[in-house]
Ligand binder design. Sequence first.
Ligand code: ZN
Ligand code: ZN
Length: 258
Amino acid sequence: MRLIDSHCHLNYEGLVERQAEVLENARDRGVQGFLNISTRQREWDAIVGVAERESDVWASIGVHPHEADAHPDLGAAALVEAADHPRVIAIGECGLDYYYDKSDRAAQRERFEAHVEAAQQTGLPLVVHTRDSEEDTAEILTRAVREKGVRGVLHCFTGSAELARTGLDLGFYVSLSGIVTFKNAQDLQEIAKWLPADQMLVETDSPFLAPVPHRGQKCEPAFVADTAAFVAELRGEPLEELAETTTANFFKLFNKAA
Ligand SMILES: [Zn+2]
Ligand SMILES: [Zn+2]
């Protein structure tokens, strides 16, 4: 079985101290690729460093919406320059988070637009984080796709069926994290049942959001296998098939890794 963790934070506290072990645990469960996601400019070098050392790890370059206020001068140029590296295959994570509102909303939108611009200039797909900001996310992504030909994924999807459809119609992928395994995630489980197989990815978003049966533990990339098994069961599909499809989807979207 061949799985990919399409979104993890290997340099975050909780994983960074035992990175080698965490990668081995995942490989033992069939995880053959990891997209190590950046959230702040000061960590870009370390994120790319892991991808330089490990042949099955790739990197993204971006700034999380929580960090928008802390990066007042971030424009497309800095993103494009940092992304000009053979192991960088994506722009993000970026987007809007009006649930936590950790940064000013206008600043979040401005930084998101800079990432859209960088995605257009580099041809790399966008890794989009969106929470309680569906209208603005849909508006920005619609323009990004129609006017700039940008591609990407709605990561750790927890939105409405309407937002999922909007994203899918725009050609975006939808990525499921451990949240889908939670008891109170019925709405998301319904969406997971009908997501088109060719636009679906799986991820951990580790060290956060450990799936069932690991609730309460530090999440790590190995657990993407539990999320994949849960989703396969939900969809009435063999796990092998879901693993193959989501892995093929990963390389189709992040084609610089292929
Ligand atoms: Zn996120
Ligand atoms: Zn993340």
